[in-house]
Design a binder for this molecule. Structure first.
Ligand SMILES: [Fe+2]
Length: 247
């Protein structure tokens, strides 16, 4: 076991955090189908670490992005079945489900109402936007999802720099019924000061519904230790707004 993880065991703040969240709903643990785990061994190492921290359930969310990751429900289900078999063989006591992280492109827009959409905890759909430019179809996609009875969940809203100048944008999105999922690493400063500052402002404004690891590699899981010392994180946990535990 890695030294940092061994040090964490016991009643460290990171263990307290993982136990309090219970469920992590954003990660890339299915090997070889996106930019997350490359091998089954890497997947198992990460899942073992998440279980050791105290998570009881993982909803893993491979990318679906028409230009780069042409994953389908069949590919993701196939990967999940193999992963679950390995988890069982290894005797890791944790529940693992799969949904997807949909990129808000035109291919996704066309899928809504015509193809199966992978959801979690009822009809929640995780989607992400470009880091570079505002999406021209975000409002349309949100509306279409809601019309079909889905609840959109926006992944890492604090990582879209084109919204940084307008915090009200986030309140408007939340008001429209889109749940907001902040990355644990953002609060820890891993994605830069801009993302950290916006994550803190979203917390101050009570706009955060979910916390996710967005773990692609072991280094992202190590951030759970780093973040557990952040004041903003405790403010968020104390707010009682997070719904991770109910997933
Ligand atoms: Fe992700």
């Amino acid at each position: 076991m890695l030294a940092w993880l061994r040090d964490l065991l016991g009643n460290s703040p990171a263990v307290e955090l993982a136990k309090e969240l219970g469920c992590d709903m954003h990660s890339h643990f299915i090997p070889g189908i996106d930019d997350g785990a490359e091998t089954l061994e890497q997947s198992l190492e990460m899942i073992r670490a998440m279980q050791a921290l105290g998570y009881r359930k993982l909803i893993t969310t491979p990318h679906i992005m028409s230009d780069f990751y042409r994953n389908t429900p069949e590919i993701i289900r196939g990967g999940l079945a193999k992963l679950r078999e390995a988890i069982q063989q290894e005797g890791i006591p944790i529940e693992v489900e799969a949904a997807a992280e949909y990129y808000c492109d035109h291919a996704f827009e066309k899928m809504i109402g015509t193809h199966e959409i992978l959801t979690f905890s009822g009809k929640k759909v995780l989607m992400e936007l470009s880091y570079m430019n505002p999406s021209d179809n975000f409002d349309t996609v949100t509306f279409k999802l809601q019309t079909e009875g889905y609840t959109p969940v926006l992944a890492h809203p604090e990582r879209y720099p084109y919204w940084y100048h307008n915090i009200e944008q986030y309140a408007n999105i939340r008001e429209k019924g889109v749940l907001l999922q902040v990355n644990i690493g953002s609060i820890a400063g891993y994605y830069g000061t801009g993302a950290k500052r916006i994550a803190e402002r979203l917390i101050e404004r009570n706009l955060v519904d979910l916390l996710g690891s967005d773990a692609h590699k072991m280094g992202h899981i190590a951030l759970i230790e780093k973040v557990s010392k952040e004041r903003a994180l405790h403010q968020l946990l104390d707010s009682g707004r997070l719904i991770n535990q109910s997933l």
